[in-house]
Design a protein around this ligand. Structure first.
Ligand code: GLN
Length: 543
């Protein structure tokens, strides 16, 4: 039977609970345990799929097509365990499930209440769909004291009671440093634990974020007032790269304390060589490259979390630091601002996923610049669609080409499949009246054309990659574009959906309809990012 680790957060939000959990999971894995990570999100949205990336950061997509919280991206990047639909749930989904049951009459006329119906649904979710995991780490979103978090905390309290020795509670807090007093303050932590205990949860371990080392006396004080053994008050100091977190936690005895809390004294020592190697490469690169990411949500980098990490992974593979310059595409829509002036220093250009018309013309200009100046170009999802439109407009004699996402162009070379196929032969999207759930989501296979650049990069003839989009490049324009130097080098198995487009006579020009950044790991950089950064390194030697 799996042991459960519940992770809550206190004092302030954004302390990095997701990262803390992911790092702990990686340490348990390094000791040979099998782990699974889950996230319970207290907000009302049924999933983050319809949430603005400005509000919520990136929407992370799993192989089985769930649109999830970006913390699941951390989980995968640290453990390599693919997340599933059943690993992220929100208040909205829990209520939706319960209300559907109520409408069906499943509650036999009983009064449906938060306790026990909602809390039972949460418990069922937290414990369902497990295999032979040794540890299940369950992170509760939000901060203790939030009204909407209460049913989740009550549910994990009950689980703690039911699971007894097979449950451990970790609480993440912050010790603010007051410069004038030259002191780390423990009071917010005491209050946050008091709040947790008033709900009936006694944390076993306190993970304390702090800018300064925590003196022993302070740890003793926290332990005494919070009812936690002194050695289970773990300091979590800031580190230079997130990939240092597992090493730093291990040094502080975090994983050891967790095992001790479960009464496990004979666990194998962890093999941390992988993390040492990654950290060494991140902190001591042999060179650096500049990559311009031309997008829309650039003020909030959480909107491109996985992308940013994947570029770092590409750097790890090539032993270079990747300096990312986030560029607002809208500025290129003003004819006076030339992409060359803004991104001329870049050794490579990337247009990431995106939605909607705003900034799109600017992205198209950025593609044109990369193509003509022969700067490595990587178009992801929307970035591939923009590359196709750019090629159609400037090379294939279709100056008014566009996508039906923005209205009527002549022709729409990108559009909804239903707009350009006969019948529903290739209909793979889930249809529905709601805004949520109308996209091609999750993992789909893609056949690579032998001899193409991507076939060489992947070293394979078929790959599986994750998708999140509504529109598709219309296969009808394959011949038109192939006549002017493009190659449709990746196609869906039935040959109807263009998945990859590349330019043959260019140092590195690849557009992919899927999101490779969702599968890259620091210990296994995605081949496309590895190759893209390699091309950036070559470019950096030319200029
Ligand atoms: N807006 C485009 C579509 O829906 C691209 C989506 C994306 O880049 N994720 O097809």
């Amino acid at each position: 039977m799996a042991r459960f680790i519940f992770i809550t957060g206190g004092v302030v939000s954004s302390l990095g609970k997701g990262l803390a959990g992911a790092a702990l999971a990686s340490l348990l894995q390094a000791r040979g345990f099998k782990v699974r990570m889950r996230k319970l999100d207290p907000y009302i949205n049924v999933d983050p799929g319809t949430m603005n990336p400005y509000e919520h950061g990136e929407c992370y997509v799993t192989d089985d097509g769930a649109e999830t919280d970006l913390d699941l991206g951390h989980y995968e990047r640290f453990t390599g365990v693919p997340s599933r639909q059943t690993d992220n749930v929100t208040t909205g989904r829990i209520y939706q499930t319960v209300i559907r049951k109520e409408r069906r009459g499943d509650y036999l006329g009983g009064t449906v209440q938060v306790i026990p119906h909602i809390t039972n649904a949460i418990k069922e979710f937290a414990t369902a769909n497990l295999e032979d995991e040794d540890f299940v780490l369950v992170e509760i979103g939000g901060t203790v004291g939030d009204i909407e978090g209460l049913p989740f905390l009550e549910a994990i309290r009950q689980l703690g009671y039911e699971l007894r020795d097979n449950a451990v509670f970790i609480h993440l807090t912050l010790l603010p440093y007051i410069a004038a007093a030259k002191e780390l303050k423990t009071k917010p932590t005491q209050h946050s634990v008091k709040e947790l205990r008033s709900i009936g949860i006694q944390p076993d371990i306190l993970l304390c974020r702090s800018e300064q080392p925590i003196p022993q006396g302070q740890r003793r004080k926290i332990g005494l007032f919070c009812n936690v053994p002194e050695e289970a008050v773990i300091q979590a100091l800031d580190v230079k790269t997130i990939y240092e977190v597992p090493l730093s936690y291990h040094e502080e005895g975090f994983d050891e304390q967790v095992l001790k809390a479960f009464g496990i004294n004979d666990a194998p020592k962890p093999d941390l060589s992988v993390w040492h190697n990654i950290v060494n490469r991140v902190l001591h690169p042999e060179g650096e490259v500049n990559v311009a990411v031309v997008g829309k949500y650039i003020e909030l980098q959480d909107a491109y979390k996985s992308l940013n990490e994947s570029l770092i992974h590409g750097g790890i593979a090539n032993n270079v630091r990747v300096n990312v310059k986030w560029v607002e595409s809208e500025q290129f829509e003003n004819a006076e601002t030339s992409p060359a002036a803004v991104i001329g220093e870049a050794h490579a250009i990337l247009v990431p996923g995106g939605f909607g018309e705003r900034g799109a013309e600017g992205k198209i200009r950025a593609v044109q610049y990369a193509r003509e100046a022969k700067i490595p170009y990587f178009g992801i999802c929307f970035g591939m669609q923009m590359a196709v439109i750019e090629g159609c407009r400037h090379l294939a004699g279709l100056p008014k080409a566009g996508t039906s996402e923005f209205g009527h162009y002549d022709p729409n070379v990108v559009g909804l499949m239903t707009e350009w196929t006969r019948g529903n032969k290739t209909e793979v999207r889930r249809e529905g009246d709601d805004l949520g759930g109308t996209m091609r989501l999750g993992s789909y296979p893609c056949n690579l054309v032998p001899g193409s650049h991507v076939a060489e990069i992947y070293g394979a003839d078929r790959v599986d990659e994750r998708h999140r989009h509504r529109y598709e490049v219309n296969i009808a324009y394959k011949d038109v574009l192939e006549k002017v130097g493009y190659k449709f080098s990746g196609l869906s198995p039935d040959g109807d959906l263009p998945e990859i487009v590349e330019i043959t006579d260019h140092p590195w020009f690849i557009g992919v309809q899927f999101h490779p950044e969702l599968k890259s790991k620091p210990f296994a950089p995605h081949p496309l990012f590895e190759s893209f950064i390699e091309a950036a390194v070559k470019q950096s030697r030319l200029v």
